[in-house]
Design a protein around this ligand. Structure first.
Ligand SMILES: *[C@@H]1O[C@H](CO)[C@@H](O)[C@H](O)[C@H]1NC(C)=O
Ligand SMILES: *[C@@H]1O[C@H](CO)[C@@H](O)[C@H](O)[C@H]1NC(C)=O
Ligand SMILES: *[C@@H]1O[C@H](CO)[C@@H](O)[C@H](O)[C@H]1NC(C)=O
Length: 351
């Protein structure tokens, strides 16, 4: 929304005042430009969805937003850096290109501790990034005060055969968690009260087919059809290590959300129909269809406008820029050009 105005202003200014090739990035090539440009959602509508940590500027024992709107990370070892550095940078560029404020930033921390036995330990001031190859991707939601030896952690498998079948898209989603987003489909109001444990909605937003989950055999024969079995309860699925837990309603005392309504089917934090599905004939089965119209929901590989809007609302602009705690910020020529252009565009947009 705002972005499209800003882009216009910027391109206009560039044409009017410049004789040299200009700093403005070619927004047409950025993945979200088209989507943003074509939108005419109001600000109210944009703010209608979210399920996130509660924003706080101070230290908190519950998961919250990162201080100074800055998410520093450290790679656990060289293998993790080699495998994941370019994926995490590309994925963050997707968020930025989608309209996340340029002062909100993530990057490699300039004070990562030395490895202990070959591995950088977890710590309270940064997110540790670990490459793995077990088909799983798990990321701490937001940050919080950690006990000693703990700290935010991203475990990421860069395989192109899992999740959305696209490592950068998977990383865009995981980065959403890292900054403080929970899954859209786990909002308690998304599910029908009395049919799923902890559900608060008056109907199910999706028709969930538990048997199509890839690890259904874990629970096969252990279901009683009640709201407390592993196909209906987050807690039970979690106890049994069954991946349906990623779908089940999850009420969190320390989260902020809107009560109901207007679910964002384009959110990068919403699981698509085939996520977690058993691979049959070379393709994952769908585990749900949309209840209202039977639609199969495709992978959302990039943040929706509402994702971005919520992101910007959750974080403030007061992060220092350039940020001394992130290495390379402004030092990578490509990034510097992009950031400068964004800063200029932003100012032009304000006029
Ligand atoms: C963006 O919107 C403007 C009109 O507001 C239009 O001229 C332009 O072609 C649009 N660009 C894209 C990529 O849709
Ligand atoms: C924009 O708004 C008009 C009128 O409010 C509506 O008819 C149209 O479908 C909207 N376009 C998009 C892309 O949402
Ligand atoms: C579950 O999987 C089967 C076979 O793979 C498929 O025919 C069916 O449509 C799937 N269910 C849903 C809700 O998509």
């Amino acid at each position: 929304m705002q972005l499209s105005k800003i882009i216009h202003g910027c391109l206009y200014a560039a044409v009017a005042f410049s004789t040299v090739v200009i700093a403005c990035p070619d927004y047409d090539e950025l993945p979200f430009y088209k989507a943003l440009n074509e939108s005419n959602l109001s600000q109210d509508e944009l703010m209608k969805r979210w399920y996130t940590v509660i924003a706080s500027d101070g230290p908190s024992f519950n998961p919250t937003t990162w201080p100074d709107s800055t998410l520093p990370y450290c790679f656990e070892d060289d293998n993790s850096r080699t495998q994941l550095a370019h994926i995490i940078e590309s994925a963050w560029n997707v968020w930025q290109a989608s309209g996340v404020n340029y002062r909100i930033d993530m990057g490699e921390y300039n004070d990562c501790p030395d490895p202990v036995n070959g591995a950088v330990p977890r710590g309270a001031k940064y997110m540790l990034v670990r490459a793995q190859n077990n088909g799983k991707m798990v990321t701490t939601v937001g940050t919080q005060i950690y006990s000693s030896g703990m700290g935010a952690l991203m475990r990421f498998d860069p395989s192109p055969a899992i999740g959305m079948r696209d490592p950068v898209a998977n990383m865009v989603h995981e980065i959403g968690h890292a900054w403080g987003f929970f899954h859209e489909q786990q909002r308690p109001s998304f599910w029908k009260y009395g049919e799923y444990a902890e559900a608060k909605g008056d109907k199910n937003q999706i028709k969930f087919v538990c048997e199509n989950m890839s690890d259904y055999d874990i629970v096969d024969g252990r279901l009683d059809g009640t709201i407390d079995d592993a196909c209906h309860s987050y807690g039970k699925a979690k106890d049994l290590g069954f991946s349906a837990l990623e779908f089940m309603p999850m009420p969190l005392p320390f989260s902020a959300q809107l009560d109901d309504g207007d679910y964002d089917w384009k959110s990068v934090m919403l699981y698509a129909s085939p996520i977690g599905g058993a691979v049959r004939n070379g393709a994952p089965a769908n585990v749900y269809t949309r209840a209202s119209d039977g639609k199969v929901i495709a992978y959302n590989k990039t943040p929706s406008q509402r994702d971005v809007s919520r992101f910007n609302a959750m974080y403030s602009e007061k992060a220092p820029y350039p940020n001394p705690c992130l290495i390379n910020q402004g030092c990578s020529p490509k990034k510097a050009v992009f950031m400068n252009a964004k800063a200029k565009c932003k100012n032009v947009g304000k006029d």
